[in-house]
Design a protein around this ligand. Sequence first.
Ligand SMILES: NC(=O)c1ccc[n+]([C@@H]2O[C@H](COP(=O)([O-])OP(=O)(O)OC[C@H]3O[C@@H](n4cnc5c(N)ncnc54)[C@H](OP(=O)(O)O)[C@@H]3O)[C@@H](O)[C@H]2O)c1
Length: 276
Amino acid sequence: LSDAVPSTCRMLMVGCGAMGGAMLERWLECGLRADRVTVVSPSLRAMPTGVHVVPAIPSASADDGFDLILLALKPQQLPRLAETALGTHAPGLLISILAGVTEAQLQPLCRAGAVVRAMPNLPVRLGKGVVGLTSHSASATTREVVSELMRPLGLVEWVDEDRFDLVTALAGSGPAFLYRFVDALAAAAVARGMPQDSADRLALATVEGAAALASQSDLSPAALADRVASPAGSTREGLNVLDQENALKRLLHRTLAASERRNRELAAIAAGEGNA
Ligand SMILES: NC(=O)c1ccc[n+]([C@@H]2O[C@H](COP(=O)([O-])OP(=O)(O)OC[C@H]3O[C@@H](n4cnc5c(N)ncnc54)[C@H](OP(=O)(O)O)[C@@H]3O)[C@@H](O)[C@H]2O)c1
């Protein structure tokens, strides 16, 4: 990993499903030692070779001081942690990837040196994800350590906690929104006569290439769209449909607003105040 985050870092992951699993696999690929990782999985799901899997959080004892506890279960599952041995631990760091759940809700869970909220997305598996971070309790040094830990996963960005639900909607959920777009692009081509497999391949390769080009370009995506669209050309005709009454912008505004609102609801459920 790096000097700031040694490969011998002792980590307890509470939950390790789709998202936690993607992070763990990437970290292992980047040098984290599997035998330093303990995963809590009630169903004892299969984990990479060498990782310890336990059905419940072990009680803290002298020889299992974890440097880092990572919460990677669902927000709806958080209230169950109150009856566990989590409170017996005093890790240097508690990191949570739970959507919505605030730092204030996380603080009482154990005696952590600092609490950090992280919001990754699934492309972290390839080191091409986004990890939003926020913390009131972490010192500048701790923030640097967390940045180093997350860097192998992709783009790391610290944001204020009051924007975190929005970051969750944009980057955490973003891959799903983009997959819908790719699917809709391919479906439109199929509806207009293209075979499904060919439409899927072309739509995906177009999005992949366009994203790679945009990330290397000095031009903004808005300017790049205009560069593809020459005046009176066929691309411009298509863009006019997306731009009409800001159709796409308004749709995505509503999409992020709905997702952001659900993050706040999840925090209430995690606090035992709402219904799942
Ligand atoms: N999926 C995404 O793209 C994404 C993106 C950003 C953030 N997140 C956040 O990541 C978190 C996990 O999402 P996910 O999609 O990875 O969920 P998931 O695939 O359902 O995994 C949940 C994990 O939590 C474990 N678990 C359930 N109840 C538990 C308990 N009482 N004690 C300990 N562990 C328990 C599960 O155990 P088993 O192994 O026994 O099933 C599983 O390993 C969520 O808080 C979500 O907000 C997800």
